[in-house]
Design a protein. Structure first.
Length: 382
């Protein structure tokens, strides 16, 4: 049987199996090398497994390896070539016999898919992305049975493969997991330790334990990793606070705009005046968070509080296997002080000005719905 997923039709001159990684290394006639990551499922598969509707293969130890950075554009050459690296994360492989699909297959939320950042592909697909299915539910649990992350897998007949990138799942109600902030980063990276993957499909469910280990090439202190992990959890709250404030300001401005567009009657004059005054104050708060650039094009946005807080959060979450630098800590302290001053004004604005405006709207009798007058025709008018 010919292997077709991510591999061209070329003569093969040599095969080797990596003794540690269980990767199949393929040498071709054209001096190219292809690597199929972790073929241990092919060794583990049996007639009993093929008779099952769902079978989860053993999960190999997953390493949080450190990736180097290299750019070909730093050299005088006029072209660059780089092969794809091994997928980063815990490799989860399962055999599936799909049930009869419904006429309309429910697709997972695209925003949630980005936050989960779990790469999926057909086994040996060389990076080919598989279609996710809401019927394949995958859950990662820690050693205490607490859910760390949840996402969907592929629903292809045969062997499927999913990668979990070691990150916790952000709270769905957290604005930092939406289009603002560092939502592409997902939650914080987990610590090395024991974890369990649980996969569910229809009435079938299987689970397997596995270990997450740090890069064995680097000497690390577990105390440093734990301290950085706890700090990352803490500073995420800072990101959530400023995103909550920004979202509330923008939502309130939209509500004011709706009122201004619909309150056209003369008796609504006072309401419109109050709306304009409140909108001015909200715009001032927005400028503190994200100042309007003085000109078009490239501009310095570092003066904005939102930018300063996000950079402080990023610095505190980027410690990796090293203690957090004093510069990052100092930047974080300054950001907290500025954010505290801002929140004092923000809270006063919404607790006083916005609440007073809401009472004014109620007293004015303003409504988005016009008074209903029944329609009728004269039946006797022929």
């Amino acid at each position: 049987m010919r292997w077709t997923h991510g591999f061209p039709i070329v003569p093969v001159r040599d095969l080797a199996v990596h003794p540690r990684e269980n990767d199949l290394i393929i040498g071709t006639h054209g001096r190219s090398i292809y690597i199929i990551d972790d073929i241990s499922p092919l060794r583990e598969i049996s007639s009993q497994a093929l008779q099952k509707k769902l079978h989860l293969f053993d999960v190999q130890d997953a390493f949080q390896f450190q990736q180097g950075r290299m750019s070909a554009y730093l050299s005088p050459g006029d072209a660059s070539y780089s092969a794809g690296n091994k997928e980063f994360g815990a490799c989860i492989t399962y055999y599936l016999v799909p049930s009869e699909k419904k006429e309309k297959q429910e697709e997972p939320d695209s925003g949630n898919e980005m936050r989960q950042r779990a790469e999926t592909s057909r086994f040996g697909g060389g990076g080919m992305m598989g279609r996710r299915s809401s019927r394949v539910s995958i859950t990662i649990l820690d050693s205490e049975g607490k859910t760390i992350n949840e996402f969907n897998g592929t629903e292809e007949k045969g062997i499927n493969r999913v990668y979990w990138n070691f990150r916790e799942q952000l709270d769905e109600s957290d604005p930092s997991s939406s289009s603002r902030g560092f939502r592409f980063r997902g939650g914080v990276s987990v610590l090395p330790g024991e974890y369990t993957v649980k996969i569910k499909y229809d009435d079938q469910e299987e689970s397997k334990p596995f270990l997450v280990k740090y890069d064995p090439r680097i000497e690390v202190e577990m105390a440093v990793l734990k301290a950085n992990y706890e700090m990352s959890k803490k500073v995420q709250e800072l990101s959530k606070v400023i995103n909550d404030a920004s979202s509330r300001i923008e939502d309130t401005k939209k509500a004011l705009q709706t009122i201004k567009e619909n309150a056209r009657d003369k008796e609504m004059k006072d309401l419109l005046k109050a709306a304009g005054e409140l909108e001015k104050k909200l715009n001032e708060m927005s400028e503190i968070l994200n100042p309007t650039p003085p000109k078009q094009g490239i501009s310095d946005r570092s003066a904005g509080l939102n930018r300063q807080v996000m950079m402080a959060v990023y610095g505190m979450m980027s410690g990796g296997n090293e203690p957090i630098s004093q510069a990052s800590k100092k930047r974080y302290e300054k950001a907290i002080a500025k954010l505290s001053d801002f929140l004092e004004k923000y809270n006063a604005l919404f607790q006083t000005d916005v609440e007073n405006f809401k009472k004014l709207v109620e007293e004015s009798g303003f409504s988005l719905f016009k008074e209903f007058i029944p329609l009728k025709v004269d039946k006797d008018n022929n």
